[in-house]
Design a protein around this ligand. Sequence first.
Ligand SMILES: *Cc1c(COP(=O)(O)O)cnc(C)c1O
Length: 371
Amino acid sequence: MIPGPVDIPPRVLRAMSKPMIGHRSKEFGKILEECREILSEILNTSNDVLIISGSGTSGMEAAIGNLIGKDDKIAVIENGKFGERFAEISEIYGNLVHIKYEWGEPIELGDVEEALRKGVKAIAMVHNETSVGLLNPAKEVGELAKEYGALFILDVVTTIGGDETKIDEWGVDIAIGGSQKCLGAPPGLSIVSVSDEAWKMMRERRPYYLDLVAYKRSAEKRETPYTPAIPLFFALREALEIIKEEGIEKRIKRHRKQAKAIREAMVELNLELFPKINEVTKYSNTVTAIKMPEGVEDGELRGRIASMGYKIAGGQEKLRGRIFRISNMGNFSSKEILGVILALEVALKELGVIENIGKGVERAHEVLNKS
Ligand SMILES: *Cc1c(COP(=O)(O)O)cnc(C)c1O
């Protein structure tokens, strides 16, 4: 239950162990086309959907590298590790207008507007900030971007397949997804959707391997420009079939309920959620970040939980040792949600943080069973 790579269902694993096919074959073309179609549905977009062989970060770099040059300004919102990554990439390609918060702090729309007034070509934000468990305001920032004539780049790496992604409604010009999070596929593929407006604003000098225009031209022929990671496409196709079988609406509801169950269980156990929310910035529905209880050492806590069969995540970089994170991305059942909370309670009792086992599980069970 770490926030990616997530557990892969056996069906998806099996799909990968097939003989290789040529990437200019009809067979591959069909898989590519079907993946693009289902992903368009999940993203609620009529924009072009492209699939890059590379992890989520390749999609982030493609978005910025194709749009932003030395003479362009780009605003980046940072309230966690992945926002920082957007800022770092932006500094390499263009001029960064940094909207920077402490990690885990909510976004204030006034700050966003102030940055947009500086006349930026684009604004980039991470929708679900995995490092701190926050869901940032896509709709509101999308509206502001439109008002100020900036392109809107949105990282939906840990929302695609787990929470709402209304790409067209929110006015997202480039959305970036990843395979190894809520989609329940192996790592190594990045999904990038591009609007007509963004196509018009592409630079003349674009990255070579990550040239989105090349990806679009190839996609029209049901191909990719270079040899794709074919086994990962087999796996993604199967993972998307699982999503279709569950139904995307149901899947989003399940993720929301599971995250709520985890949050309420934590409160019941007197643990404190790490991020701060406001009217527009909400708790994540796919990963929950919790403050490390006083006097508890990170390795000790997670080690005990791991020995009971549940792997959870710590904090990244400056948050290491200060928080732990429970992800519900992918295909978890209620049993696993209740199981990880029980394991946490057992560990906390052994460490002398709580006296009795069961309060968190009880609360989570109530939430999970509400319709
Ligand atoms: C995982 C993740 C990424 C991509 O990271 P990769 O390691 O390159 O796949 C990007 N953004 C967010 C919010 C993520 O959680």
